[in-house]
Design a protein around this ligand. Structure first.
Ligand code: C2O
Ligand code: CU
Length: 480
């Protein structure tokens, strides 16, 4: 319960009421125009822009945006097609774009100093890659993402099936975020990088938006089928949703469709930072449905759905076609372990001595910890070392047994690959093991994942609570 309390901090009653009072009507993802250059590249310009979150206290926040908006433009193409984006950086600091969840060509993965150069002020970088899998993905800044994502640098990336199954009125992207606003109602910039957030549950906000709007209203018709693409773009909040949606089914996780739609995990539906969940709904009754966020002391209204019409027969759901991912061969796997340590309440070892952590090849002293803010470690190593955590032969099956020895929950993301969770200490896994690119692991839990290392290059493995990633919970591996 302590952990839940920690998470809920900041979303107090006053904020709750504020969220309730702000409401906006929205039909689909806001259409933001792209400049498409004559060479076929979509142009994404990073630049500052102002935004007012709270109509009651109209203070203007200093955001960083893609083409003037947060979220940035929805990029939508078909499976197997090329994404061509020219990033033009007009910020006064470097940036890069990471295409989260795409089994991408390593050179295009967007990790500064590992897979590409930093894109400095005034510079451009061309991303050009094939998106092999249909599903719900997103893109975000990967240079000091704890700051750049918190200021608004993210957007949806939707890869359609060969024949799109839902038309655009029935395919709704909900990009969810929690922002930290200060007393005046503007984005709290002073607390960016606070050690308290880095060593605890990360930067938790107090103001919820979907597609940049506070409590948007979506209109649905009875007797029709809809796909809702939920994306958690928060720095650190594990969203706990009570969808209250009659007949809702989970049809995909992290972009990858399920063979069998699920209903068991819907109450509440937990979505860790960076995770995506696709729901299918077929409303049959008129009325108003509230999508609630329940990680705080009382439920907050996140969005509202207004359902109209007289059709009482539910529409039949189209069946998603699966992407083709390589199946792990557990009989010949390389088996690894990953021990997560550190953080507040975790800096002392069981022997009562200070936890030993190595950072950049050197043992950290108390003084170093204060200076570098490195407080978390994977297998005793804080952040990226010169050598990879492991190397894999091309097409080798890898299993990683991850043990969370910290007092907090984490959302671990692997670049360039999807994996299956094959063991979970908190849950009995039966039947289908869904493919994921990010998994949630709570305190004292053990999660074992398996995947085929089929994508050559240097890949990150890190906590997607972005403060944790910066504070040490990041490593890398190499596929030869
Ligand atoms: Cu979406 Cu390295 O992250
Ligand atoms: Cu973490």
């Amino acid at each position: 319960m302590g952990k839940e309390k920690e998470m809920a901090k900041g979303l107090n009653r006053r904020e709750a009421l504020k969220v309730f009072s702000a409401s906006a009507t929205m039909l689909a993802f806001p259409h933001i125009s792209f400049a498409k250059a004559s060479d076929g590249f979509l142009e994404i310009i990073t630049r500052p822009a102002k935004k007012e979150f709270d109509p009651e206290t109209p203070a203007s926040s200093e955001l960083w945006t893609y083409n003037g908006n947060t979220p940035g433009p929805e990029i939508r193409i078909k499976r197997g097609e090329r994404v061509k984006v020219r990033l033009i950086n007009q910020l006064k600091e470097p940036t890069t774009i990471h295409w989260h969840g795409i089994r991408i060509d390593n050179k295009m993965d967007g990790v500064p100093d590992l897979t590409q150069r930093r894109v400095n002020e005034g510079e451009t970088f061309e991303y050009d890659f094939i998106a092999p899998d249909a599903g719900t993905y997103w893109y975000h800044a990967h240079f000091q993402s704890w700051k750049q994502v918190a200021r608004g640098l993210y957007g949806p990336l939707i890869i359609d099936e060969d024949t799109p199954l839902f038309d655009k009125d029935h395919d709704i992207t909900l990009m969810m975020d929690d922002w930290r606003l200060d007393k005046e109602g503007k984005l709290d910039l002073n607390s960016l990088g606070a050690l308290r957030d880095w060593s605890h549950a990360g930067r938790l906000g107090n103001w919820l938006t979907i597609n940049g709007q506070s409590r948007p209203d979506f209109t649905l018709k009875t007797g029709e089928a809809y796909r809702l693409r939920l994306i958690n773009a928060s720095n650190a909040r594990i969203l706990r949703l009570n969808p209250n949606l009659p007949g809702a089914k989970i049809i995909a996780y992290d972009g990858q469709s399920l063979k069998q739609p699920q209903t068991e995990l819907l109450s509440p539906l937990e979505i860790a930072p960076a995770q995506r969940v696709d729901l299918a709904i077929t409303p049959t009754e008129q009325g108003t449905i509230n999508l609630e966020e329940i990680s705080s002391e009382e439920p907050l209204s996140f969005a509202q759905f207004t359902v109209s019409g007289n059709e009482q027969k539910p529409a039949s759901l189209p069946v998603l076609t699966e992407n083709s991912l390589p199946t792990p061969d557990l009989t010949s796997a390389k088996n690894l372990t990953l021990d997560m340590t550190g953080g507040a309440m975790g800096m002392m070892g069981k022997d009562g001595k200070m936890l030993e952590m190595v950072h950049k090849g050197k043992k950290l002293s108390r003084e170093d910890i204060r200076k570098t803010k490195q407080v978390w470690a994977f297998n005793g190593v804080a952040n990226l070392a010169k050598d990879p955590y492991f190397q894999a032969d091309r097409n080798e099956t890898i299993t990683i047994n991850v043990k969370n020895n910290t007092a907090f929950s984490h959302a671990i993301h692997m670049h360039g690959h999807h994996f299956q969770i094959i063991e979970h200490s908190a849950k009995k896994l039966e039947g289908e093991n869904p493919w994921r690119d990010t998994f949630l692991i709570k305190r004292n839990e053990t999660v074992k994942i398996a995947f085929v290392a089929d994508n050559p290059g240097k890949w990150l493995l890190h906590c997607h609570m972005l403060e944790h990633a910066a504070a040490g919970m990041s490593t890398w591996f190499k596929v030869n």
